[in-house]
Design a protein around this ligand. Structure first.
Ligand code: SF4
Length: 358
């Protein structure tokens, strides 16, 4: 917004003195000084090196057990529907030493679960005085900090996820068996229009690798329905891919144009609203079925659960997630919040698993 509306903000709203973009915080003193003499205190340039590595507060989860650690900023992919590369700038990876320091600090504060965050974590690349660290090197180092601290990460890009990170996950039990791999569409032609840089076949190959190397992993995804020019056949390809993968969970949206993106400028948003809604509903109905099936398969299995809190529906119950990122509700017994407990799943709906301590 700062970049797009900079002059208008200063012109039309006398309450605004400074317009600063997301990478401009270090320029604030000079911008504030400028307001004494000059009303044009604007700094909206995006940095190629800023990673906010020393900035606190960090992002914590609601439960005081999970923390989210940024490992990179920006994105170089320029998917045709997405505004992120324009608003957050080019991809830059954070200093591995500062990431490790932050996680050690979190561990000392009692956090039990760390989620590494980035727009495209698989392309993490940091040169530490000549020593190159890639994503799987970083994740391994994080996993080695404490075997009782769970490690998760998001978001992976299908074109970049490789076997090295899958093998690292298999080697460390505290790296959780959960992969979020946004597919967006099951049709290669739609993926081309989206500028996603992979095909349906490539994506299927990556899913096969996940299922081979990490047979217990849950796989979740994002789906964008009704993208520009999407035909009925292309939509059916998305449904068939969903069935083939058997996603455990999906975040599903219908396409809406974002000003400033490649698609907004160059590709017609020509799928009518009724068709977009109908296709999205078909996708949601299928995913509900897949989630139910996925959860049903867990009945009878025992999982290690990190106890996150009291169930919202019953104060006599605790809830927490298993390694696969599924929430399980169970009678409290002698479990304590922040501890680990083994829970056997006894029943399941499409959204929740219920279990008992074993
Ligand atoms: S959708 Fe993700 S990978 Fe594509 S440009 Fe946006 S942030 Fe980058």
């Amino acid at each position: 917004m700062a970049k797009r509306l900079k002059s208008e903000l200063l012109k039309n709203n006398i309450a605004v003195d400074v317009v600063a973009g997301p990478d401009s915080y270090k320029n604030l003193p000079e911008l504030l000084e400028k307001t004494e003499t000059d009303l044009n205190a604007i700094h909206v340039n995006l940095s190629r090196s800023e990673t906010y590595s020393e900035i606190t507060p960090l992002r914590y989860g609601d439960n005081k057990l999970s923390a989210f650690v940024s490992i990179m900023r920006g994105c170089n992919n320029f998917c045709s529907y997405c505004i992120v590369p324009y608003t957050r700038g080019r991809e830059r990876s954070r200093d591995i030493n500062s990431i490790i320091e932050e996680i050690v600090l979190l561990k000392n504060q009692g956090f039990k679960e760390i989620t590494l965050l980035g727009q495209n974590v698989n392309s993490y690349h940091y040169n530490d005085n000549g020593e190159i660290y890639l994503f799987h090197n970083l994740v391994e180092k994080v996993a080695q900090i404490d075997s009782k601290i769970r490690v998760r990460y998001t978001t992976s890009h299908p074109k970049d996820i490789d076997d090295r990170i899958l093998k690292t996950m298999a080697a460390y039990p505290n790296i959780c068996d959960w992969i979020h791999l946004p597919v967006q569409s099951g049709s290669t032609t739609v993926l081309q229009r989206m500028k996603r840089d992979y095909t349906r076949e490539w994506y299927m190959n990556r899913i096969e690798a996940i299922k081979t190397i990490l047979p217990n992993a849950t796989i979740t995804t994002d789906i964008l329905s009704g993208f520009c020019g999407e035909t009925e056949e292309e939509h059916l390809e998305t449904l068939s891919l969903m069935e083939w993968v058997g996603y455990d969970l999906a975040y599903m949206f219908k396409y809406s144009e974002r000003p400033g993106t490649y698609a907004a400028k160059n590709i017609k948003d020509d799928v009518d609203e009724a068709t977009k809604s109908r296709r999205l509903n078909e996708i949601i109905a299928l995913q509900n079925k897949l989630s139910r099936e996925s959860n049903k398969k867990d009945i009878g299995k025992t999982f290690e659960v990190l106890v996150e809190g009291t169930s919202k529906k019953d104060i006599e119950e605790h809830c927490g997630r298993n390694e696969q990122n599924k929430m399980i509700v169970f009678p409290k017994g002698d479990s304590v919040i922040g501890g680990y407990v083994n829970v056997k799943v006894v029943s399941a709906s499409s959204a929740t698993l219920r279990g008992e301590i074993v």
